[in-house]
Design a protein around this ligand. Structure first.
Ligand code: PAF
Length: 283
């Protein structure tokens, strides 16, 4: 397994693979790898591609009061995990090489970047789209893999590659959960044991919503209210938003007629967690 830090070396490596007729699967990450990331790597292997994992804690996607400085940086164990999962290259650029002095460009997918998580984290999705566009240009993957846990991010990146004619297919891979149902996230490391016990109510709350919809409820506002009541009863969970969106258009849904994504964000102590599920109403 190669560890490449230079942008130029990364692009040259990819060009060699393409000349040989190989395809490249990219798994973009900010490190602190967990089972969710490993499932993305496994999916990339299924295509018999060469697999590149990028590890870069992207300052552009953190707000001024967010956790950029304390975000877990665990390169040695990440490298070990990549090695044991047959990754070909870890692309591990520096901040100075990706954002040299004079850097002035931003990529923003309009409208959808400003709802749900975007409404609470101004600039976040612009930071994500900008770095992912750069990673695509440097690594030149054929396919890139993202987790369904970050459903809004995956949707925005699909839109970005379509709108900018970037020749990459985006694959969204199901959320990996702990046995309790808690969605895997690098930020779960911040949780104390008591907070982890609280965090698993987030998935249970989504299941409450799913059962209502499958039981015939069609009004999103009523579903949201029931989920909110469930979480409020647990105390010490500060709900940021609960929303129902159409998974294809990523637009809020007020009356449910087909598949719907229930998404939420909440603070457990000082940790902000997100989760979502897609529900098909029973006919
Ligand atoms: O999902 C993440 O880890 C990040 O948002 C990403 C896609 C690697 C961009 O920094």
């Amino acid at each position: 397994m190669k560890i490449i830090r230079s942008l130029r070396t990364m692009t040259q490596w990819s060009q060699v693979q393409h000349r040989r007729g190989d395809t490249i699967g990219l798994v973009p990450t900010m490190g602190a790898l967990h089972a969710g990331h490993l499932s993305l790597i496994q999916r990339a292997h299924r295509k018999k591609s060469r697999v590149v994992v990028s590890i870069f804690v992207n300052p552009l996607q953190f707000g001024p009061h967010e956790d950029l400085l304390k975000y877990p940086r665990t390169f040695p164990s990440d490298a070990q995990a990549c090695r044991s999962h047959g990754v070909d290259v870890i692309f591990y650029p520096t901040v100075a090489s990706l954002y040299p002095p004079g850097f002035k460009t931003a990529v923003k997918v309009l409208e959808v970047s400003d709802i749900l998580c975007g409404a609470h984290r101004p600039g976040h999705f612009q930071g994500v789209a900008t770095v992912v566009a750069k990673l695509f240009n440097i690594v030149q993957p054929d396919i890139a893999y993202f987790g369904q846990k970050d459903a809004q991010q995956a949707w925005i990146l699909q839109r970005m590659v379509a709108d900018l004619n970037i020749p990459v297919s985006i694959r969204t891979v199901p959320t990996v959960r702990e046995t309790t149902g808690l969605a895997m996230s690098s930020r779960n490391r911040y949780l104390s044991a008591e907070e982890k016990d609280l965090a698993l109510f987030l998935y249970q709350a989504l299941r409450v919503g799913a059962r209502l919809i499958q039981g015939g409820e069609r009004h999103s506002a009523r579903v949201v209210k029931k989920i909110m009541d469930f979480l409020k009863a647990k105390k010490h969970i500060a709900i940021q938003y609960i929303a129902l969106v159409d998974p294809i258009e990523f637009k809020p849904v007020s009356y449910i007629t087909g598949r719907v994504c229930i998404a939420l964000a909440a603070w457990i102590g000082k940790t902000r967690l997100i989760d979502n599920i897609i529900v098909s109403p029973l006919r």
